[in-house]
Design a protein around this ligand. Structure first.
Ligand code: SER
Length: 322
């Protein structure tokens, strides 16, 4: 099959990553070949204007099956998920969406023998027992959040479907993702995005983690590149499938604030940690992505300086047009 014949379903297409991944997939495979779905309708018209959009709750297997059958889908990017902070507020919702939603995708993919499925994982699979520096890909996975628990189970389920049924399932452990298009919702790393909005809008930000909190982060263009590159990789070159560490950059909340202040003189960041501090403290500061680099050629392009410059330019343009 050539690239142009793929028929793709994106779940969570209106979310932080989905809203930027979907247009890239549409540019690549053709607008009509990429079906955007989300539990809520798109806030901006462009996702639905560019190509097909269907409302889908990933827990509703019947509707998922109907959409996959009627559009003759062969590839799924399963981006719908409840993130870590919302997951701590609503653990049973996190389980339902992250586990039942994933099982629906995997079971339909198995039954219909789909070509390929992307199921993202997260740095939230790690926990306090994991080495804080350069966390290996294969290490102790004892997360203390419901989100992390569902992501560990998701990685294992994906690998199970690879081994047991020969289904082609792939996934990376996303770090915190920084982006200017759609704000994230309900994550612990959201401060690294909120800070840009507040810096541009008000010149100050009250950050919900301590200034010395260091977490793995990545700029959206690298996140999209990692997703596409892993999905393009030759299956035979992959030793694991659903648990690739991918590192972009790691910085403290203060380093980020200082970098922003270089562009917005007088920017003031204060620190008022809330319940999300404990989640941040349970995750490693840096991760080792050697497997992704050697098995499918992963390399990030953005560092803190280049990301900050680009974010302020893109978001500044967008906010001043509002
Ligand atoms: N960004 C996510 C969160 O903070 C981590 O994958 O929940």
């Amino acid at each position: 099959m050539t690239r142009m014949t793929r028929r793709i379903l994106v779940t969570g297409a209106c979310g932080q990553i989905g809203s930027e991944l979907t247009p890239v997939l549409r540019a690549r495979y053709g607008n009509d070949h990429v079906i955007a779905t989300d539990i809520r309708p798109p806030e901006t018209a462009c996702l639905a204007d560019q190509g097909p959009f269907e409302q889908l709750n990933v827990c509703d297997r019947e509707t998922m099956e109907r959409i996959i059958a009627s559009y003759e889908i062969d590839t799924v990017y399963h981006m719908a998920a409840i993130l870590s902070a919302t997951g701590e507020e609503r653990p049973s919702l996190a389980w339902d969406v992250n586990i039942c939603g994933l099982m629906n995708v995997l079971e339909i993919a198995r039954e219909r023998q789909l070509h390929r499925v992307f199921c993202p994982s997260s740095i939230a699979v790690f926990g306090p027992e994991t080495p804080r520096a350069c966390a290996p890909q294969t290490t102790i996975l004892q997360p203390t959040t419901m989100y992390g628990i569902t992501k560990v189970a998701g990685e294992l389920l994906g690998e199970y479907y690879v081994q047991r049924y020969g289904l082609d399932v792939r996934g990376v452990r996303y770090p915190g993702i920084v982006s200017s298009e759609t704000p994230p919702g309900g994550g612990t790393t959201d401060y690294a995005v909120d800070i840009f909005y507040q810096a541009l809008r008000t010149g100050s930000y009250s950050c919900f983690v301590r200034e010395d909190t260091v977490l793995p982060m990545m700029y959206m263009p690298d996140c999209i590149k990692a997703t596409i590159d892993l999905m393009d990789a030759d299956f035979d070159s992959l030793e694991g499938h659903c648990n690739f560490n991918i590192a972009g950059m790691s910085f403290s909340a203060k380093q980020l604030a200082d970098e922003i202040a270089k562009h917005i003189p007088g920017f003031v960041c204060t620190y008022e940690p809330d319940f999300r501090q404990a989640i941040a403290d349970s995750w490693p500061r840096t991760i080792d992505d050697e497997a992704a680099r050697s098995q499918w050629g992963w390399t990030p392009q953005y560092d803190l300086q280049s990301m900050t410059e680009d974010m302020l330019e893109k978001l500044g343009t967008r906010l001043s047009a509002e």
